[in-house]
Design a protein around this ligand. Structure first.
Ligand code: FES
Ligand code: FE2
Length: 390
């Protein structure tokens, strides 16, 4: 494709735009990164944990997101609520770590302001020295939250449809997986990647590279890797072949993966991937469900936050299948890490601005459309003059 197709910064018609990738500068530009936090991330739904991660009153899970600490807590009434993890007195961080149990109260380590698990401010030492302090209006700052199939999502600002509404095209399909009954397997992991978050997200929804760059997935699925885009959700999938793989982890996975009672026959050997706008992914296997988030850290740094969930199942074949799944996907992750680092490096080149997208790259096209509608500068092939976002 000729780079002289059109002038570098000329606006494009809708049809032409669809056939082009987003421009490289938005994968490394500090001002774009800030604009993205406002337009893309603050209104987005972010998964914190599953209800079964916080079964008892006082159990909490925290998420570090855009420099904010967000926490969900199980109340004494059994309800789960979301709060900013910030004391209303002098802003001290309240709860430590990524998870734990805070007991019957949330108590600030600095001057001991104390909050009930529902966020009400219930005790202030030396209260009489704060004349006129309205305890009612100094409860923890609440976060909007939604529970979708057992998973607890929060957001910093309203604006987007709810999670269930965004996931609506797939709700019937997902119901088969009984996600409300999942329990955590192991801990939350955070894997740093020296790339822009969009490179992780694009790669997740990139169907073209599977048969080129993932020999393991190719041995498992053959050429039958599916991909489709709905307005808020990407879906990719592959069915396990019967032909035994030449790789032992894959071959043993094919052999050991046992029948899963609650799944219909057509889902017993199916791997499905969903990506919810903009950065939340579910890897759905018969043996487990992994949830991933691509957390933006800087224009060229991302944390992949990942948690695995399972249905309690003590069968030896299931334990083996889960271990083998981990081995297979550890290799896939290494392959993807190398790929996205190559792309990030290439995006720093003065020779590259945009590239053509295949008609089958429906997810990258859909992602590009939404980015261009939210941040119109995404249309420009080169970075505009600094200060464009103000
Ligand atoms: S900062 Fe929390 S009690 Fe003072
Ligand atoms: Fe990949």
């Amino acid at each position: 494709m000729s780079r002289s197709l059109r002038p570098e910064s000329a606006p494009l018609s809708r049809v032409d735009e669809d056939a082009l990738s987003l421009p490289a500068w938005i994968y490394r530009d500090a001002e774009f990164f800030e604009a993205e936090q406002r337009a893309v991330f603050r209104p987005s739904w972010q998964l914190v944990c599953h209800l079964n991660d916080i079964p008892r009153p006082g159990d909490y899970h925290a998420l570090e997101f855009l420099g904010e600490s967000l926490v969900v807590v199980r109340g004494e009434d059994g309800k789960v609520r979301g709060f900013h993890n910030v004391c209303r007195h002098r802003a001290s961080r309240l709860l430590d770590g990524t998870s734990g149990n805070c007991g019957a109260r949330i108590s600030c380590p600095y001057h001991r302001w104390t909050y009930a698990l529902d966020g009400r401010l219930v005790a202030v030492p030396h209260l009489k020295d704060f004349p006129g302090l309205d305890m009612q209006t100094h409860g923890l700052a609440p976060l909007n939250h939604e529970v979708f199939m057992g998973f607890v999502f929060v957001r910093l600002e309203s604006g987007l449809p709810g999670v269930a509404e965004m996931m609506a095209p797939y709700v019937d399909e997902l119901a088969a997986y009984r996600m409300e009954e999942l329990v955590p397997q192991g801990r939350v992991t955070l894997r740093p990647r020296a790339v822009n978050w969009k490179n992780v997200a694009d790669n997740y929804s990139d169907g073209l590279h599977i048969n080129i760059a993932h020999p393991g997935l190719t041995r498992l699925f053959g050429k039958g890797y599916g991909i489709e885009a709905r307005p808020w959700v990407d879906k990719m999938w592959g069915g396990l072949l019967d032909v035994p793989s030449s790789n032992w982890s894959e071959r043993l996975y094919q052999r050991f993966l046992p029948r899963v009672e609650h799944l219909p026959p057509e889902r017993q050997r199916l791997w499905i991937y969903f990506k919810l706008w903009p950065n939340v992914a579910f890897d759905i296997y018969p043996d487990q469900i992994d949830f991933m988030q691509f957390l933006p850290v800087s224009p060229t740094e991302t944390l992949i936050r990942e948690i695995a969930y399972v249905h309690p199942d003590s069968r030896r074949e299931m334990r083996a299948a889960r271990y083998l799944n981990w081995r297979i996907n550890r290799q896939v992750n290494l392959e993807d890490k190398a790929l996205i680092e190559r792309v990030q490096a290439g995006m720093a080149s003065s020779s590259y601005s945009v590239g053509p997208l295949s008609e089958n790259e429906v997810c990258l096209r859909s992602f590009g459309r939404r980015m261009r509608s939210l941040i119109p500068q995404s249309r420009l092939h080169q970075a505009p003059v600094a200060g464009w976002s103000r």
